[in-house]
Design a protein around this ligand. Structure first.
Ligand code: VTB
Length: 334
């Protein structure tokens, strides 16, 4: 390839647009109490935004298998139709059109429209099952051990950050399955922030300084895990993960997806091995890192985090979308 960063260079702007459109559509449904309608709105908007993008896109992480998802299903091709004789670049894509459907449906913080893109083979084809995860910032390089007791990992994180365990803030999804984990974190003396949903944005928060989170621990979705890993590659964050494969049906599915060792421990690089990675997340509801979508009559304003791996950029994109020629009050800039 002539230029190693062509996917990142050529597509970053288009990818931003795709998550922005999904975020705007989802945000219109905020607080309506219908998580499925919110998700559908995001999926539809993302799907049609892709029609403008000049790629031969392959959904590797999506809304599910073909028979359970009418759009953005695993294996679906997305992108503009090329003119005869033209080929658009092949890109693998992992989408979560609305991460935190409940958060959006209830108007709670931290729902995002998110996707990751890379060259073919750059993102693991993970089944839609659970995944054990520990996610932390770059300081914790090689310090995490998914098989070690919780206390050990907390000590290692504290040591890497040059702090006491008592100073740490660990984010955990508020689920009954985490009762024992929460007990052990408390016993070790670390502090906890329980979150209702959204371990993906929590993972990003853990990998940046100043967001008030030191690590994310527990079991969340595997698809979210792969997208988190793409973000960790861009941020040099640390992640260890393992699929939760606990039924014969799942074992079969995992095997069908080409995963030979279902108990394998993955790092961010294993989950998102791409040489070129674009990660983009647009705020739907207000969150720690991103504003939600703000509507103002003639248009709206979106806030997007866009990161690239090879070209090492972290951009916050603040866009005013004008639905029509601005009226006499003009474009609102703040
Ligand atoms: C998590 C969370 C997501 O799914 O991955 C979770 O971060 C895992 O599933 O926002 P359960 O809800 O069954 O615990 C979400 O809640 C939604 O996809």
């Amino acid at each position: 390839m002539a230029n190693r960063n062509t996917i990142e260079r050529d597509l970053a702007g288009d990818i931003v647009q795709v998550v922005e459109e999904a975020a705007i559509a989802a945000a219109r449904t905020m607080g309506q109490g219908d998580r499925q309608a919110s998700d559908q709105a995001a999926v539809q908007a993302m799907r049609s935004a892709f029609e403008e993008v000049q790629i031969d896109g392959n959904i590797v992480i999506g809304e599910g298998e073909r028979d359970e998802a009418p759009m953005l299903y695993i294996g679906e091709r997305v992108g503009a139709t090329p003119p005869p004789g033209v080929e658009y670049p092949k890109v693998d894509i992992a989408v979560d059109p609305l991460e935190g459907t409940n958060l959006c449906a209830t108007g709670t913080a931290n729902s995002i429209a998110v996707l990751a893109a890379s060259e073919p083979g750059g993102l693991l084809h993970a089944p839609d099952c659970y995944m054990e995860k520990i996610i932390a910032g770059p300081a914790c390089r090689d310090a995490l051990d998914i098989d070690a007791p919780v206390k050990y990992n907390l000590k290692a994180i504290a040591h890497s950050l040059d702090r006491q365990v008592q100073d740490l803030v660990i984010m955990v999804l508020d689920r009954p399955r985490h009762a024992e984990l929460i007990k052990q974190i408390r016993a070790a003396g670390a502090r906890i922030r329980l979150i209702p949903d959204g371990d993906l944005s929590a993972g990003i928060a853990a990998a940046v300084r100043g967001a008030g989170v030191d690590a994310v621990m527990g079991i969340g979705g595997a698809p979210e895990g792969v997208i988190t890993a793409a973000a960790m590659r861009c941020l040099s964050g640390e992640m260890v993960a393992r699929l939760v494969v606990n039924t014969p049906e799942l074992e079969e599915r995992v095997e069908r997806m080409g995963i030979r060792d279902p108990k394998r421990i993955y790092t961010a690089r294993d989950l998102a091995p791409g040489q070129q990675i674009i990660f983009a997340a647009a705020g739907v509801t207000d969150g720690a890192l991103l504003h939600g979508v703000r509507f103002f009559g003639d248009g709206c304003r979106t806030h997007t985090l866009m990161m690239t791996y090879a070209s090492r950029k972290v951009r916050f994109v603040d866009t005013v979308h004008m639905f029509r020629e601005p009226g006499r009050r003009g474009v609102r800039l703040y």
